[in-house]
Design a protein around this ligand. Structure first.
Ligand code: FAD
Length: 318
């Protein structure tokens, strides 16, 4: 079932969904099952699986020179989605990125998803690779997520890259895209970022999932700004709890989001790592409750391998 159909079926009830990461290469699918066996108690209508492109690493050769090698540390997104759907009979949403893909490879990936019966996809640009200053698109790939959305939409209308294909099967993908309540870090300002988000929706995106945020007012203001700009699709808040003291610096650095003063002060004052985690959990529970009371379609939790923390939060909010 499509994400938007899940929301319609819920008739105003706030659903709960989760995002999981593929295990590191060499890891087992059991790690995902161990997470989801616990989180399935909350009846998520769908599970997102992130996509991780190759990264560069530098190996020291016996000569002392460095060898630059590209490796994918977390492959398996599509296989994991298929395994999740098979085991739990729940929808799985692969994240699909522009980075590293030619348009041909994107088309083939979408054909695989269609044949597997996966009809939801989160369309993203992806970030710059490690040691690259900015995002560099594949020579024959997409520069922005909006271009990927357009390609998916073309396939939904039965148009493939090979124009000799007539009467091609129309895919039926429900397309999600990313949104940034605190603006995307590369955008010159909030308004410009919103304009580009609107382009993604106008190109065919059916819903938006937000970057994590710790101040609900940022989300409410974002939704209001989207509506004022004519973006009328469902906007799903993405949530991640603070669980470690070092995240007070690493989360703003990695995700370009701010942490409210009260949360930061409480975490600084906390006497132990466990106390920081408890503060983060309680903060996320309060955020979730307020968002639920505001009538959001879904609370989407980034699990990031911390099943127990997310379980505690989902249980308190249920
Ligand atoms: P875009 O929408 O293309 O925007 C990128 C930047 O370009 C923005 O600053 C935007 O304002 C600007 N822009 C957009 N269109 C244009 C245009 N036409 N002209 C000029 N500027 C433009 N990354 C992964 O690698 N794998 C994942 O699984 C993954 N999952 C994510 C899930 C969520 C919910 C979120 C919020 C992010 C996720 N990311 C993931 C990170 C994401 O790839 C990065 O945030 C990336 O930097 C931007 O992706 P985007 O799809 O928002 O890009």
């Amino acid at each position: 079932m499509k994400v938007t159909e899940h929301f319609a079926k819920a008739k105003g009830k706030t659903l709960v969904s989760f995002e999981v990461l593929p295990p590191l290469k060499g890891g087992s699918m059991q790690a995902i099952f161990n997470t989801l066996d616990v989180l399935m108690d909350f009846n998520p209508p769908f599970i997102d699986v992130t996509y991780h492109r190759e990264e560069f690493i530098y190996k020291v050769r016996p000569s002392g020179y460095y060898e630059k090698t590209a490796i994918r540390k977390r492959p398996g997104t599509v296989g994991i989605c298929a395994a999740i759907m098979h085991r739990y009979k729940v929808d799985a949403i692969p994240h699909l990125i522009c980075g590293g893909f030619s348009v041909e490879e994107t088309e083939n990936a979408l054909i695989d998803l269609n044949f597997l019966g996966i009809n939801n996809v989160l369309a993203l640009r992806g970030d710059a690779r490690q040691f690259e200053e900015r995002f560099i698109a594949h020579d024959h790939g997409h520069k922005y997520a909006v271009d990927l959305v357009r390609q998916i939409q073309e396939m939904n209308e039965g148009h493939y890259l090979d124009t000799n294909i007539v009467n091609g099967e129309k895919t039926d993908f429900c397309i999600g895209v990313a949104g940034y309540p605190e603006k995307h870090f590369e955008s010159p300002n909030f308004e410009t970022d919103l304009l580009f988000t609107k382009q993604k929706v106008d190109a065919g995106a059916h819903y938006i999932v937000t970057q994590m945020f710790f101040d609900n007012q940022k989300f409410f203001d974002y939704v209001a700004a989207c509506r004022a700009a004519g973006i009328m699709v469902p906007i799903v808040p993405g949530l991640k709890p603070l669980t470690k003291r070092y995240q007070l610096n690493s989360i703003p650095r990695k995700f370009f989001v701010n942490m409210p003063k009260d949360l930061v002060e409480a975490a600084f004052k906390a006497g132990s790592e466990d106390a920081v985690r408890q503060i983060g959990i309680e903060w996320c529970i309060q955020q979730s409750k307020e968002l639920k009371a505001s009538g959001v379609d879904c609370l989407h939790y980034y699990t990031m391998g911390d099943t127990e923390t997310i379980r505690q939060i989902a249980e308190a909010v249920a």
